[in-house]
Unconditional design. Sequence first.
Length: 99
Amino acid sequence: VVVTNPTHFAVALKYEPEEMSAPMLVAKGADLIALKIREVAEENDIAIVENPPLARALFSSVDLDEEVPQEHYQAVAEIISYVWNIEGRSMPKETASAG
């Protein structure tokens, strides 16, 4: 999923619960790079969600290939859950009940 602000910042998150303990930031950019991230997401049918406060927070506090910090888990979980619901996906039972 790509989280945007809606034009100035974009961060791309990946989460595979069977393989990862937390979502990971796999791309981030500002201005023209943010636009390119959005374009690549659109070309690959990757969900884009506008959440300016979260996009700015993740952009400034998380480096590439780092897990999302615990302070942002709730907001990121809500976005991933929303996107997965739209896509007809669900969290594995062991992941959904953990925590």
